[in-house]
Design a protein around this ligand. Structure first.
Ligand code: KIV
Ligand code: ZN
Length: 534
């Protein structure tokens, strides 16, 4: 058995388009707050992965979201760049203004069609909803030919009413109809039956692209998406690592590898470059601060590991005894680049280029400095190390808090004491000190003291980028500030330094998301005033 039978001439009508919503629905996950630069970086990687559509954001929701969508539309080539809009005219105008510079812009407009949403959320009658859907698609169509329409909460909607709304959207020129399982309630058989019924009620559905969008509340997002494509849908909306509202969206890597591995039975295929999957997953995890569970299908650290002796023995004799996919298919051998302490700037730039990073000028100098520091401590610097330090540096911005210096005294006989110097967004350095239950606790409390913030630590994870005692440490922090949860990550050979960087990024992200955000709040006076981070 191989990963997939020989493809020969593939049937175009069996191609399933991958619509990636990592930067829109995925970004709506609690605690995720990506800045513009991070979103652009993820979008470039999604283009390398070969997704057909990038849903880059929801421009009306904030100036930050608008600017990020606009930057993606201007810089990322290849995929269609899509922006989300409710049916209101100003939503659609904002979506269009954000994406109009893309070579392939799409407006995605939606309105709920379920009784429960229309009555309680929209407080609108079914006739209003029909009118709003009609007006929205017509308005979007004035801007671009590529218009997607979604009847939100489709799987819980009355199918006959939803069919009427879909017919209106198609009559007004919608080219993609997406029927979401917004609350992750449906089951595969039901979802497929709903599509069969929709095809019967709206024969024009065969003239447009039918799309699925499934949430994972009952763990069925991938199964439901598969049922949808087997029923005729030719677009799957999904997110890298399955991130998204509540339990998340259909996981991109799972649905893609499912169609890839079982292509001989399913007869469906995608244009995804599967060798970019592992890297895309790492980048999204790193920038969102959402760790991938070890046993996650496809991209979990154990997805290709064999623990039992019988399995190990079998795989050594013949890989396919216990493996249905080859790890190299998702790019897991991508750790091949190795640099050492004598490698120069040119070798670094070349290695970064091979990894898909275009790093020049000041950014290259910074990357080179971090690389040299690492190469002094670690004999072999691998692709995974480079990826980690470059994406760590990319997150530095002048508007963020920065770690200037820290000093932590810890012993078994007294409470640890941390002192820190924090670069404030204004450029000034504020100092603070605090004791704590442990060095990390003291460190975070000292940061609170220096910045004058009362952030509380919610989660703290440490992992190693590669194996070995000299490995880079990667820390993820989730904190809460004035009711806003935000995460941040930091990478360094010193775990405490990585922790400080992660905490400061989470703090910066929480402030960016806070409704009362002020760019440069109170500069903490030197000393120990502040709040413990517990
Ligand atoms: O889950 C959902 O219904 C959505 C729509 C906006 C498509 O995300
Ligand atoms: Zn959704």
């Amino acid at each position: 058995m191989s990963d997939r039978s020989d493809k020969g001439m593939r049937d175009e009508s069996a191609r399933v388009r991958i619509f990636d919503t990592t930067l829109r629905d995925g970004e709506q996950s609690p605690g995720i707050s990506l800045n513009k630069q991070e979103k652009v970086e993820i979008a470039h990687q999604l283009a390398r992965l070969g997704v057909d559509v990038i849903e880059a954001g929801f421009p009306i929701t904030s100036p930050g979201d608008f600017e990020a969508v606009q930057a993606i539309a201007r810089q990322v080539e290849g995929p269609v760049i899509c922006a989300l809009a409710r049916t209101a005219k100003q939503d659609i105008d904002a979506a269009w203004n954000a994406i109009k510079d893309s070579e392939r812009p799409r407006i995605h407009t939606f309105i709920a069609t379920s009784e429960i949403h229309m009555r309680h959320k929209l407080r609108a009658t079914p006739e209003d909803v029909k009118g709003q859907a009609r007006a929205a698609v017509a308005h979007a169509k004035q801007y671009t030919d590529d218009v997607e329409f979604s009847p939100e909460d489709g799987s819980r909607s009355d199918v006959e009413f939803m069919a009427e709304v879909i017919q209106i959207a198609i009559d007004e020129g919608a080219t993609t109809i997406n029927v979401p399982d917004t609350v992750g309630y449906t089951m595969p058989g039901e979802y497929a039956a709903m599509f069969e019924e929709l095809y019967r009620l709206v024969p024009d559905l065969r003239k447009v692209t039918l799309s699925v969008h499934c949430h994972n509340d009952l763990g069925l997002a991938v199964a439901n998406s598969l049922a949808g494509v087997q029923a005729g849908a030719r677009q799957v909306e999904c997110a890298v690592n399955g991130i998204g509202e509540r339990a998340g969206n259909c996981s991109l890597e799972e649905i893609v590898m499912l169609m890839h591995t079982r292509e001989p039975s399913l007869g469906l295929w995608t244009g995804i470059n599967t060798r970019e999957i592992a890297r895309t997953s790492r980048l999204v995890s790193r920038l969102t601060g959402y760790q991938v569970q070890p046993n996650k299908a496809i991209v979990g650290r154990n997805a290709f590991a064999h623990e039992s002796g019988i399995h190990q023995d079998g795989v050594l004799k013949e890989r396919t005894t216990y493996e249905i996919m080859d790890a190299t298919t998702i790019g897991l051998e991508a750790n091949s680049i190795v640099l050492g302490k004598h490698s120069g700037r040119h070798a670094l730039r070349k290695a970064l280029e091979e990894l898909g990073f275009q790093v020049e000028g000041a950014a290259l100098n910074t990357a080179f400095k971090r690389f040299k520091e690492l190469a002094d401590k670690k004999k072999k610097v691998t692709a995974l190390d480079l990826e980690a330090i470059v994406s760590d540096e990319m997150r530095e911005s002048p508007a963020a808090y920065g770690l200037e210096w820290f000093d932590i005294e810890a012993s078994s006989s007294r409470a640890p004491l941390a002192r820190v110097g924090i670069r404030m967004p204004s450029g000034e350095v504020a100092e603070g000190s605090f004791t704590g239950d442990g060095p990390v606790d003291a460190f975070f409390s000292a940061i609170n003291a220096a910045t004058g913030r009362e952030a509380r630590l919610k989660e703290y994870h440490v992992s190693a980028v590669t194996g070995g005692r000299d490995a880079l440490g990667e820390v993820t922090v989730m904190l809460e500030l004035d009711g806003v949860q935000a995460s941040g990550q930091g990478v360094a050979t010193d775990i405490l330094e990585a922790s400080g960087r992660a905490y400061l990024r989470a703090l910066t992200n929480a402030l960016a998301d806070s409704p009362v955000a002020e760019a440069d709040h109170h500069i903490g006076a030197a000393g120990s005033a502040g709040t413990p981070a517990r």
